[in-house]
Design a protein around this ligand. Structure first.
Ligand code: NAP
Length: 277
């Protein structure tokens, strides 16, 4: 069992620690680093996992999971770069930061795997996309896939698709929350109490997601299944089409993609190269 150090145990880092423990990873094979002493003590009490300083974490762990905010990456890289050797596996969860940024700073040959997770990691239902850097092997990817499999689902993609993933599943939960919020407002307009409207919409979302995951059908077929001739649903669907909701969603995701490319550009050696071809 590898020793894993989470560098920056914030929301995502804590979720990962929690998921690994639930999946049976030994607590003595986990470490985390954290800037605030009080937060570190809380995490140790909650999970029984040891807090370490960065140097100790890098020395003791086989896998270093970088989960600080992208804007905090430089001071962390300053600290760890002289200590990281090619025997370590570096896993970055930092949105928008290319593997080459890490490879440039570490000893030649250090394997780096880039991951785009999403916030449902907090409830063990993350969607994570993993990409190998220049020196990451099949075995490294499998290690990362197994680790992230404890907090949700994992797909493997080339790094040049990471901006698209950021726009679709990285930002995706926000679009579902937005849709749920709007539907709850509709329930209130129709005179339902907020709590009842919330229960109705959230359970409909959970049930629909379960059908999508478990069913063999395509979303179109599932929607047709609740759209009877001359019925209520088709009246609603016509309004969605009239208001261009499908086009608005496509535009929204395309805009998120452009922004991801723009934010990533300043970290690339050649800023004219986007992640996407
Ligand atoms: N949340 C998401 O939806 C999401 C989705 C995909 C990817 N990600 C990525 O996941 C990463 C973590 O995001 P998050 O939402 O978990 O952020 P967060 O809650 O702010 O967690 C980052 C943690 O790292 C700590 N930290 C910063 N610099 C450090 C250092 N030098 N040494 C040790 N600890 C340090 C921060 O401490 P302080 O409290 O002192 O700042 C904080 O506890 C980000 O890179 C983000 O891009 C997040």
């Amino acid at each position: 069992m590898s020793t894993i150090a989470v560098l920056g145990a914030g929301k995502i880092g804590e979720s990962l620690l929690s998921g690994l423990i639930n999946a049976g990873h030994a607590t003595e094979k986990l470490l985390f680093t954290e800037r605030y002493q009080q937060r570190a003590e809380e995490l140790t009490e909650r999970y029984g996992v040891r807090n370490a300083d960065v140097a100790e974490a890098v020395e003791q762990a086989d896998v270093l999971v970088v989960s600080v905010k992208p804007q905090d990456i430089d001071p962390l890289l300053e600290l760890i770069s002289p200590l990281v050797t090619p025997e370590k596996l570096v896993v970055t969860l930092c949105a928008g930061l290319p593997t080459e940024l890490f490879e440039r700073r570490f000893a030649a040959g250090t394997p780096v795997v880039r991951v785009m997770p999403n916030t449902p990691m907090l409830v063990g239902e993350a969607m994570s996309a993993v990409s190998a850097g220049t020196h990451a092997t099949e075995a490294h990817l499998e290690t990362v896939e197994e680790m992230l499999g404890s907090v949700g689902r994992v797909v493997r993609i080339p790094e040049n698709q990471q901006d698209a993933v950021t726009a679709l599943s990285g930002s995706g939960p926000a679009y579902f929350f937005y849709l749920v919020e709007a539907m709850i407002d509709a329930g209130i307009l129709l005179g339902l109490p907020r709590a009842v409207a919330g229960e109705l919409v959230v359970q409909s979302a959970v049930g629909s997601a379960a059908m999508l995951r478990e069913g063999e059908g395509h979303p179109v077929i599932m929607r047709e299944g609740v759209t009877s001739p001359g019925g209520t649903t088709i009246s609603g669907v016509r309004e969605l089409e009239k208001h261009g909701v499908r086009a608005a969603l496509i535009d929204a995701i395309e805009a998120a993609h452009s922004r991801s490319v723009e934010l990533g550009a300043k970290h690339r050696a050649d800023p004219s190269e986007g992640d996407e071809d």
